[in-house]
Structures are given as structure tokens and as C-alpha cells.
Design a protein around this ligand. Sequence first.
Ligand code: SF4
Length: 378
Amino acid sequence: MLEILPQIPRYVAMRRGIGPKILPLNLVFAVTYRCNSRCKSCNIWMYTKKSYAPPPGQEWPYDASQLEQRPELTLDEFRRIFDSLGHAPFYLTFTGGEPFLRDDLEEIVVAAYERCQPKVITIPTSAMYWKTTPQRVHAIARACRDADVILNISMDGIGEEHDRIRGVPHNYELALKTLERLKQNKPENLVIGLHTVVSSLNVHHATEIVDHLESLGPDSVITEVAEERLEMGNRNSGITPDPETYSRVAAELSRKVSKRPARGFARITRAFRTEYYQLAAKALREGKQALPCYAGVASGHVAPDGDVWACCVRAEPIGNVRAVDYDFGRVWRGYLADKMRKSIAAGECACPMANAFYTTMLMDPKTLAKVALRAAIG
Ligand code: SF4
């Protein structure tokens, strides 16, 4: 992580429009919109249904009539994008939909590892494929041995509550089976995380869920706030918890996290997490950026069809890698990317989205100092 520090002034200058446009250190690749979940908090699974109409009163980032003409990026296309990125990304995420619905997920992740040498690779999953996912994850971790490979299993409730929120019977039971298999012969660089989206559906007992998940013995338990994202087709769905209730939950989560024993690098991640919960609550309460957001500068998102976004909350394309011969930098340095950066810097949006937020926290000297202090005093 120390290797990121010299980069920070360059990103700060870029956000101010006074430095060269460098590539992001944190990139999310959504490898598919196909999904085996039917979550109440997300409508991505509907993209692949025959009828593309968004739910009433909501919108999707794509013109529905075009979606069929926008196939997922192939493995070869991914390879070309990764070639263009070089060693810029420190942190890569491969998400969906359900990423394990791609038969070539292992090849995609390993291609990224070989070309970009990221230090952290995260893959979220519903973990319902208990027979195949553990061996696929172990194979990825073994092939990416110099990176921390974090598998985050979605767990939004306890038992049947989880199944109700995720819209699939027995999801909880299947996820537990996957968890147990993942723990057997676990490669050293594999981190098994349990990940809860705190929404209006479960906020009333979010801390109880977290306590329960801790008791299942994963390497980490993390939460983030449910957001209304254009990408998810869930705007105006009321899924985001009300700011006051979430603030109380965030204070409790921060307190719990800060008391969790940790050593070495885990102390730093714990300090970041403690800080994140507080800042996410602030963003919700105030409805403005709790810190100047670095999405579009230090972090970005690539959709399954190659569209590039600053973030998945706004989901506004700043270009498509297919139109520029898979040279990501050409999109990142383009006119639309500049326009998006100006809009974000002007505070025209705000959200508590965890992925972009952690990068943003790195760029803020005060937050960085607080995190360093927290990590140092334990
Ligand atoms: S504040 Fe949120 S919506 Fe706005 S650019 Fe940052 S991550 Fe995206």
C-alpha cells in the first residue's frame, strides 16, 4: 500500500485540472449483467430478461433497444484492455451480476493479474454455486499469488431473511456451504469476506447481522450502505436507509470494528473501515460529498459492454473501450471524461458508495492522518 503514497499528489493535481491525466489505481470491471439472484435492492438481473422495460418510475443506463447489440466483453477484449492499463491499477474488482456465471472468469482475472500486477483483487458473489465456486476461487488465488484475493460473499440477513432479500430460496444455506468449502485448504493469499448491504430492509438489526456473520468465522465482515444507482435500476426505490437510523448503526459499527483485534496490515484496513462508516453516514445526512470525490480520477468502472464510467452510481458513459481499440487511456483522457470530472469536482453528485469512497479517503490528508493515528494506537 505504501507504493500508492507517492501517487497521491498526482491524483490531487489531476482532480484540480493542473496535472497530467494518469490512469486510475482502482478499477471495477463488471464482467456480466447475468445474475442468479433476484434481489429486492437491485434490478440488474432484469437486464437479461426478454422484456427490457425498467421497473415503473425507474430508469436504466442503456436504451433498452440497444442492449442486445451490446455483448459482454470477450476474454480477448479484456486482455487488450489490461495491456493498455499496464501496472497502473493497484486494486481491481471483478463484479456482476454474478461474476461466476462467466465460465472464463478465472482466465479474465489471471489475465489482469499477469498484465497489471494489482496488489488487491476483489470478487463479490452470491456464493450459491457451492460445488464449483470454491475450487474456482482457490485456483484464482493460487494463480495470483502475489496479490491478496478477496472473495466477498453477499449476506444481507440471517437465514430466511437473507433468502427473502435476495429473492432466492435456500440462498443462505448454499452460501454457508460455499463458505465452509472455501475454508478447506485455503490458499494463504485468499481472504474470505462476508459482505452486508445495509438497506431499509435490514437496517433495524444490521449490527445483529454483523455479529452473526462474525460468528461464522470468515476473515472479514464488511458492510456498505444500499444506494440507488442508475446501474441497478433502483432509483427512487426507497432502498437506502434513512440517514438518522443509519447514523446510529454506523456509530455502532465503527465502535465494534475499532474493538476488533487486528495486527499488521489488518490494523490499517480496520482503521479505514471505522472511518468509512462515519463518513458514509455524513454523506447520507448532508446529501453532499463528505470528502471531495475521486471517482473519475483515481477510480473508475468498466461495464460489461466496455462502457467506461467514473462510477456506477452515475453510470454515465465517458466512452467505450471498443471504440478506441481497447486503449483505456484514450477514454480516460477524453473530452467526456474531463466534463465528468468537472461535474464531480463541482459537487453535482454525492453518495456513500464504498468502492469509490475508500480511494477518496486515501486522497484526503486529514482522513489519512486519522487512519494512520487509529492504526498506530490500535
Ligand atoms: S460522489 Fe458518488 S455519485 Fe458522485 S462521482 Fe463520487 S461515487 Fe459517483
